[in-house]
Ligand binder design. Sequence first.
Ligand code: SAH
Ligand code: SF4
Ligand code: F3S
Length: 470
Amino acid sequence: MRIPDYNEARTRDKREYKRLDFKLDKEVLNKYSGKKYFIKTYGCQMNEHDSENISALLEKLGFTRVDNYLDADLVLLNTCSIRENAHNKAFGMLGRLKHLKLEKKDLIIGLTGCMAQETLVVEEILRDYKFVNFVCGTHNLNELPRIIDKSIESNKQQIEVYSREGDLYEGLPVVRTNNYKAYVNIIYGCDKFCTYCIVPYTRGRERSRLKEDILAEVDELIKDGYKEITLLGQNVNAYGKDLYEDYNLGDLLEEIAKKDIPRIRFMTSHPWDFTDKMIEVIGKYKNIMPSVHLPVQSGSNKVLKLMGRRYTRESYLELFHKIKDTVKDVAISTDIIVGFPGEEESDFLDTLSLVEECKYDNAFTFIFSERVGTPACKLKDNTSLEEKEERLQRLNEVVNRYFLENNKKLEGTVLNVLVEGVSEKKDMYYGYSETNKLINFTSDSILKPGDLVDVEITSAKTWSLDGRIK
Ligand code: SAH
Ligand code: SF4
Ligand code: F3S
């Protein structure tokens, strides 16, 4: 049994890590043929991609996937710790599974993802959730097959979570959610330690994959006919810093852009490491999508400082405008937290005025959620939840107004769309534009997911656009 420790998770050093090839233990290959698994993913794209690896590992063990947890022999929750809400959802699901296990004694229940890295969560599982068969952390997915096998064979709870990141495994199997869009990890972990955020503790130090490994994966995806790849990291802009003297995300993007892939995206960008070279490259290549997620969190210098974000309102705006001016028709989206400890009405008004200036194309807005173990927990917070909810509502009204205003400008234009499927109403197709806008559209010809088509925009809504194929 290994239980994570926050103090250890916080430590950073210059230790060299090894790049190792994943090998599956032959003894467990197809050992559970005929059994079924269900996986539920919470959280970010990183976790979604981890679930693609986890699913593949389970399939190597012989499990086949089902879409309803009631049909499964093994249920795995790939969890997220970012806010209280994500926590509650996973614990709610564990509550339902407890009942199910009373009827279905052989049901195997497992937990992976960021919550597995939290000391308090693991302690709670040991105390109150004895029916959970295994817990595996984010740093040792390579060990998952062995952990699952051991928990089944021994019929004893297995808890295997490392506090620190280990070596970097290449060649983990993957079953991708679809065959036209793919995620590619380029960097793991985060060293920024924003004072509210749990990610540096649950995902460890920033570690870049070797560029050769990334490029080989991209080549493979191109060979398989993928149309869009998204380069993933908690902070993709830090790519390469730990490995190379003179090779960063700008260079990587450029090398990938020269390949025969129609769409390249990347996320998430912390404003801190956004270089001029990156902006230049994004502007230069048509297959790098003009869509940048640039989380601001707050428009108040006082709050930004308390958050440990390493930039000021002024330097953020300078970067924002540089991107807008250099990348033609770029859409910039953001994340904003309201109700951070110490945020007063005047600070909140600074956030609103920044939004008025940036007129974001999309924004994810949150109320600050206290995460145990992070420095923000120690800050004094005089604002009531009621007031925070009211601020969130006021903020949402402003961001929504700009979503619609920006979308209105697109009426009558023609946008290139990557087709995803048929919309819920069945009479329209849907897909995403280069700027990542959801487009619902009609077409006389039959289309399939992964097709790239031109769509004339006929009307704009706040969160989507309607159109017809050109
Ligand atoms: N690495 C990314 C963010 C990943 S988390 C970045 O720094 O840009 C996604 C978003 O969740 C953050 O941008 C932030 O807005 C929000 N978030 C993170 N921790 C939070 C917390 N404790 N309470 C509320 N929102 C939080
Ligand atoms: Fe969290 Fe900040 Fe790292 Fe983003 S950059 S993952 S908000 S610590
Ligand atoms: Fe959540 Fe972990 Fe992602 S905390 S947002 S799943 S990195």
